[in-house]
Design a protein around this ligand. Structure first.
Ligand code: ADP
Length: 255
């Protein structure tokens, strides 16, 4: 809508680790409903940027705004209440619990307030359980995981585990979803399915930012790409613009 703030605004964010400047005044703006790619050589600060935006690291300077609201310094759980969800490069699933239980845990955590209210009342607890159960089934269905509901994630192919991780992140009905290298370790067919899933998430009204090394996926999914190198933004534009940018080619040659 006209005049609505962007979903994510990162303003001159820096992050220092002792002497090292992992991020040096990084700024970027992600509009509502966008699928933004973040690319750059190893060590360029991509994951650090996600960690700052999602509240896992405190920035050394600058500010972050989520849907027009200043959220710098907010903790991960608070950011998740404000509509931010993320996945991790190294999957964070309960490997030995069933797939459905993994989703139920995530759904339960996103509904703490309601649980408290219903906890006063045995009938309410049952109703709440039934509702969580229905929502878990809906998530399984939406992400093509129904047939794996009772299996342990650790026993499933890697591509399915990645999908469970995305379903888990979607359990909290986020407005902004950060995906950290979602295609890592996937085969061609799995990457194609991932692209479809990310598009369907965006089409449901969620803004998506993804860190990704698979340039084919970035080219097919993202309208705009932000390129980091050495902790700064060295280019931003359409995928076609940035791959032809001499500064970007230079940065990757040194990788
Ligand atoms: P990318 O995700 O682009 O590969 P990172 O954000 O992981 O890059 O890392 C950027 C730089 O910050 C690297 O030099 C890395 O070693 C450093 N770094 C990242 N996290 C930490 C940390 N927790 N402590 C110290 N240095 C870190």
């Amino acid at each position: 809508a006209a005049g609505a703030p962007p979903m994510l605004e990162v303003r001159a964010v820096s992050k220092r680790f002792r002497g090292l400047k992992a991020l040096d005044e990084v700024s970027l703006t992600v509009g509502r409903g966008e699928i933004r790619g973040i690319v750059g050589p190893n060590g360029s600060g991509k994951t650090t940027l996600f960690n700052v935006v999602s509240g896992f690291y405190k920035a050394s300077g600058g500010r972050v705004e989520l849907d027009g609201r200043a959220v710098s310094g907010a903790r991960p759980y608070r950011l998740s209440m404000l509509g931010l969800a993320r996945t991790f490069q190294n999957l964070r699933l309960f490997g030995e619990m069933s797939v459905k239980d993994n989703l139920l845990v995530a759904l339960d955590r996103s509904r703490t307030v309601a649980i408290w209210r219903y906890a006063l009342w045995p009938v309410g607890v049952l109703r709440q359980e039934r509702r969580l159960n229905e929502r878990a089934d809906a998530l399984l269905e939406r992400f093509g995981l129904t047939e794996f509901a009772g299996a342990a994630p650790g026993s499933l192919p890697y591509g399915i585990q990645r999908r469970i991780e995305i379903a888990r992140a979607m359990a909290g009905s986020p407005r902004l979803l950060l995906l950290d290298e979602p295609a890592a370790g996937l085969n061609g067919e799995e990457v194609r399915q991932l692209a479809e899933i990310v598009r369907s998430i965006r089409d449901s009204g969620v803004t998506v930012v993804l860190i990704e090394h698979n340039m084919g996926l970035v080219m097919s999914l993202c309208e705009r790409v932000t390129v980091l190198a050495g902790g700064t933004v060295i280019a931003e534009g359409t995928p076609d613009d940035v791959v032809g940018d001499p500064a970007v080619i230079e940065a990757y040659l040194g990788d």
